[in-house]
Write a protein that binds this ligand. Structure first.
Ligand SMILES: *Cc1c(COP(=O)(O)O)cnc(C)c1O
Length: 223
C-alpha cells in the first residue's frame, strides 16, 4: 500500500470541492498514522475510545481527532478533553453526557448528529422527526458546551449506486432543511459528513463536506 500516493490522489480529487478528507485510522498502527501526518494529513477518524486515547497520547498534538463510531455514554469522559469533532451523536442522552463532560473539561464540544439513511436496520442514527425534536427540546436549549456543526450519515452497504445516491440526496436535503428550520446559536449546518472508501465519489457529488476514508488511504483492515 503506497499511502503517499493515495493521499496525493485524494488531494487532487478534493481540490476545489470544499470537501475535506478524514483519514479513518482505526486498527492501524501509530507509525502509519505518523507517515500520513508527515504527508500533511491532520484529520484522523477512530471508532473506539480506548484506541483514540492511546493514539492521541502518542502522536503530535495538532492532530484533529474525529470520533466516528457508536459512543457509549460512560466513555465520553476519556475523549472530552481533546476530541475535535464527534460525528456519531444519535441521542439526547448521549448529548447530555457530552455537555456534562464538556463542562468539566472547560470546552465546547463540536458534534454532528448522525442520521439514519440506510435501508439496513443495523446502522445507528436519528430519523428526521427525532432530530428536530432533539434540536427544539428544552434539554438541548439549556446546554452551553455543545456546538452542533452538521450531520453525518452512512449509506447502505451495496453496489447499487442509484440506491446510495438516493440516500445521500435524502441526507443532503435534510441538511438544508434543518439549516432553514432551526434558528439556534449552537446549531450551524456547516459540515455534512458522508462518503467512505466505496462511495465517496457519489457523496462528493451530493454535497459532502467531509469524507471518512479508511481502506482507500491505508489499505484493508485486518481485525
Ligand atoms: C470504518 C468507517 C469508515 C471508513 O470505512 P472505509 O470503507 O475503510 O473507508 C467510515 N465511517 C465510519 C463510521 C466507519 O466506521
Amino acid at each position: 500500500m503506497d499511502i503517499k500516493k493515495n493521499i496525493k490522489e485524494f488531494e487532487n480529487t478534493l481540490a476545489d470541492t470544499g470537501c475535506s478528507l478524514i483519514a479513518v485510522s482505526k486498527t492501524k498502527p501509530v507509525e502509519l498514522i505518523q507517515s500520513a501526518y508527515e504527508e500533511g494529513l491532520r484529520d484522523f477518524g477512530e471508532n473506539k475510545i480506548q484506541e483514540m486515547v492511546e493514539k492521541h497520547e502518542q502522536l503530535p498534538g495538532d492532530i484533529r481527532w474525529h470520533m466516528i463510531g457508536h459512543l457509549q455514554r460512560n466513555k465520553v469522559k476519556y475523549i472530552a478533553p481533546f476530541v475535535h469533532l464527534i460525528h456519531s451523536v444519535d441521542s439526547l442522552k448521549l448529548l447530555q453526557e457530552i455537555e456534562k463532560q464538556g463542562k468539566k473539561a472547560g470546552r465546547t464540544i463540536n458534534c454532528l448528529l448522525q442520521v439514519y439513511i440506510a435501508s439496513e436496520t443495523t446502522k445507528f442514527g436519528l430519523d428526521e422527526q427525532s432530530l428536530i425534536e432533539l434540536l427544539t427540546s428544552d434539554e438541548f436549549n439549556s446546554m452551553s458546551h455543545i456546538s452542533i456543526c452538521g450531520l453525518m450519515g452512512m449509506a447502505s452497504n451495496t453496489d447499487d449506486e442509484h440506491a446510495i445516491r438516493k440516500e445521500f440526496k435524502q441526507l443532503s436535503l435534510l441538511f438544508s432543511t434543518i439549516d432553514k428550520k432551526i434558528d439556534h446559536q449552537a446549531v450551524e449546518m456547516r459540515e455534512l459528513s458522508m462518503g467512505m472508501s466505496g462511495d465517496y465519489k457519489i457523496a462528493i457529488e451530493e454535497g459532502s463536506t467531509m469524507i471518512r476514508v479508511g481502506s482507500a488511504v491505508f489499505g484493508e483492515r485486518n481485525y
